[in-house]
Design a protein around this ligand. Structure first.
Ligand SMILES: [Zn+2]
Length: 187
């Protein structure tokens, strides 16, 4: 996750003007061409709904972190849940409860990573910025953190303490090094 500096934020009106001037082919349009190519070579239409490897991965949404590639997960193998930081909030508990109770997963892999954007600001700062810009402060907090490994341990604890997740004996946490491509276990 990359945090934009305050200077690079543009107002809504300016954004709209830029959008009108820009040639029509957006990144989304470009990516849709990739999707057509993918569909053209697709041969996995008969995969079952429950993940074959019985695993759920919770990872930061950082663009440099590719959980499927790192772990060698193919279509149908596992659930991959992502958010800013790879943190465990009520919504991740919701997804993990569905993953385990309804779709049979038994193991959980948590992945944080070096150089995470969540290390670069505080919840208070971000909340104050939102309030200054919009007049509203959200009910949620950003869930930023200052200690990577500490937050991985905290995430494991939150899952273990949740009454809604039945299998908590195989929950392991990792820090992925974006500089080396290495996944390091947090003990
Ligand atoms: Zn991150």
């Amino acid at each position: 996750m990359y945090i934009l500096g305050r200077d690079s934020l543009v107002g809504a009106d300016e954004n709209e003007n830029q959008r009108r001037k820009r040639p029509r082919l957006s990144t989304t349009d470009e990516l849709l061409k990739n999707a057509e190519t993918y569909a053209g070579g697709f041969d996995k239409g008969d995969l079952p709904l429950p993940p074959a490897r019985k695993v759920a991965v919770l990872a930061c949404m950082d663009a440099r972190l590719n959980p499927q590639k790192i772990l060698g997960l193919e279509e149908g193998d596992g659930h991959v849940i992502r958010n800013a930081g790879g943190v465990v909030t009520d919504d991740e508990i919701r997804s993990l409860a569905i993953s385990q109770r309804l779709l049979g997963t038994e193991e959980i892999i948590l992945i944080h990573h070096t150089d995470c954007g969540m290390l670069t600001f505080s919840d208070e700062e971000f909340g104050a910025q939102l309030e200054a810009d919009t007049g509203n402060r959200p009910e949620w907090t950003a869930r930023s953190f200052t200690d990577l490994e500490g937050d991985v341990r905290d995430s494991i604890r939150r899952i273990a303490e949740s009454p809604f997740i039945p299998r908590t004996d195989r929950v392991r946490g990792f820090v992925y090094e974006v500089e080396t491509g290495t996944l390091l276990e947090v003990s």
